[in-house]
Design a protein around this ligand. Sequence first.
Ligand code: COA
Length: 164
Amino acid sequence: MASLPESGSPIPPAASGIVLRDLTEADLDWVAEREREIFGRSAWSPSLIRDDFLHGFSRWRGVEFDGALAGYAVYGFEGDAFHLMNLAVAPEARRRGIARAVMDDFLAEARRLGAPDAWLEVATTNAAALALYRAYGFEDVRVRPRYYQPEGLDALVMRLRLTS
Ligand SMILES: CC(C)(COP(=O)(O)OP(=O)(O)OC[C@H]1O[C@@H](n2cnc3c(N)ncnc32)[C@H](O)[C@@H]1OP(=O)(O)O)[C@@H](O)C(=O)NCCC(=O)NCCS
């Protein structure tokens, strides 16, 4: 489904063959493996993933492409801020609109829950993710120095104001 952000360029609809679903406990090994592959030393550990999935309050979403898991996202309220905590697409499945499908899902859920805005952090060096978020109209709020450890990369805090 097409999504029209409050500002920024209109986003074309996600490609066909993309299906979003809630992750299950059986998917967590796959997520942990992908985390390690994609984020290296800053990856969430298998125990953190399992703990948050089982006992946290976030929504864990998976994206299938042509019937196989190809990406995942974690989002939900942190205090009163609706927050994208994680988003990753398997390297071999990139540039097919999977992250766009996740962003549509994330923002639809934010609106459904009546969140006034949506928040996320992104490494200031992450050109692909910055381009994605800016295309959705996310605006720079502030830099959190050395937010990503152990690399010590700065994070840019971004916000999209939502209207119902
Ligand atoms: C960032 C990431 C999630 C994008 O996933 P994706 O499924 O390839 O993205 P999409 O195909 O949905 O792209 C949507 C838009 O994002 C932007 N974009 C995505 N990848 C990009 C890249 N490598 N360079 C520039 N812009 C990019 C483009 O605006 C793109 O639209 P277009 O294809 O019409 O030009 C993916 O590269 C990834 O998992 N990276 C590693 C993990 C990561 O950085 N996660 C974000 C943490 S904050």
